[in-house]
Design a protein around this ligand. Structure first.
Ligand SMILES: O=C(O)C(=O)CO
Length: 327
């Protein structure tokens, strides 16, 4: 048998995976790629047969069907994402297949996106541009297009993990008053002290926050919790930002809340579905800022994500504990 055919095979499901990660993987292994952009399940199902490891680089479902197609020789899979909502983690556990993911690496980039969206929505960036485009520039009216103040405001977080804390760190420079957060379990006293943060129930966070940032994973418990009832409990001046997953928000209800000025504005980096169709009603609203899921889209972050995923795979292939196991 030639040396080449003895090498274990790693499938990388996106052709544009950063070279630094491919260099790590190809040192001792044979790396094969899917070529379709966007990635398509049928190509993955075809190419994954018989591979020993997979670097999963899309939000396509990573499920039983894929694991069946790969075969019993599979030793490890790593995604290059912080969220695992598209992965059947229970099936990995059942089959005892090591699964890696890439938390923390994207905290800075996603936090920066959140702050950008918060400012843009609170200070009406999108609406302002529309005013210029439609020749409705009325600065002379003094009270025209007033936005929301950050100074002395209360910022509410739904989820208070690494990304939320990185956002809170940035917002401390905006002279905010305090942070409220809603999570299943309380963070440490040190962290609470660092961000002047207090754990409160969901309704209190909704009612008392001037700005609300969704930074929780999408699970059965979090799906659709930002619905008409929740919007009804928020301040009319409130600004909502979502950098987590679109499914945490009931989008039809959000549309109504923004259309009727029940809340002031929103900024979304994630939505349902993705891609959002260009005729979606949300796009007709002046008081929403929309980004096409670019939270982690900086050169360095994408490279760091791929390198961590590659390290997960290398550890998995040699039977060592992964730097970032998903379970
Ligand atoms: O890492 C993830 O899960 C992302 O969606 C980044 O935006």
């Amino acid at each position: 048998m030639s040396e080449q055919s003895e090498k274990l095979k790693i499938l990388v499901t996106h052709p544009a995976t950063p070279q630094a990660a491919i260099d790590l993987l190809s040192h001792d292994y044979e790396v094969i790629f899917c070529q379709s952009v966007p990635p398509i399940r049928s190509e993955i199902l075809e190419k994954c047969k018989g591979v020993d490891a997979v670097l999963w680089a899309s939000h396509l479902p990573l499920d039983k069907g894929i694991l069946d197609a790969i075969g019993p020789q599979l030793k490890v899979v790593s995604t290059r994402f912080g969220g695992t909502d598209f992965v059947d983690v229970e099936e990995f556990k059942r089959r005892k297949i090591p699964l890696g993911y890439t938390p923390c690496v994207q905290n800075d980039a996603v936090a920066n996106m959140a702050v950008g969206l918060l400012l843009a929505a609170a200070r009406r960036f999108h609406e302002g541009r529309l005013k210029i485009e439609t020749n409705n520039w009325e600065t002379y009216t003094q009270n025209w297009m007033l936005g929301q103040d950050f100074r002395n405001s209360v910022v509410g977080f739904y989820g208070f993990g690494g990304i939320a804390q990185t956002i809170a760190k940035r917002l401390s420079g905006f002279d905010i008053d305090s942070v409220l957060y809603t999570t299943r379990s309380r963070v440490s006293e040190e962290i609470e002290k660092e961000y002047n943060a207090k754990k409160v129930d969901f309704d209190t966070m909704l009612a008392q926050s001037d700005f609300i940032i969704i930074a929780a994973p999408l699970t059965k418990e979090t799906a659709g919790v930002f619905n008409a009832t929740a919007f009804g409990k928020m301040k009319k001046t409130a600004v909502l930002v979502n950098i987590a997953r679109g499914g945490v928000v009931n989008q039809q209800d959000l549309y109504e809340a923004l259309k009727t000025n029940q809340i002031f504005a929103a900024g979304l980096d994630v939505m349902t579905p993705e891609p959002l169709p260009p005729n979606d009603p949300l796009l007709s609203l002046p008081n929403i800022v929309l980004m096409p899921h670019l939270g982690s889209a900086t050169k360095r972050t994408r490279e760091d994500l791929a390198v961590l995923a590659a390290k997960n795979i290398l550890h998995g292939l040699t039977g060592k504990p992964m730097p970032a196991p998903a379970y």
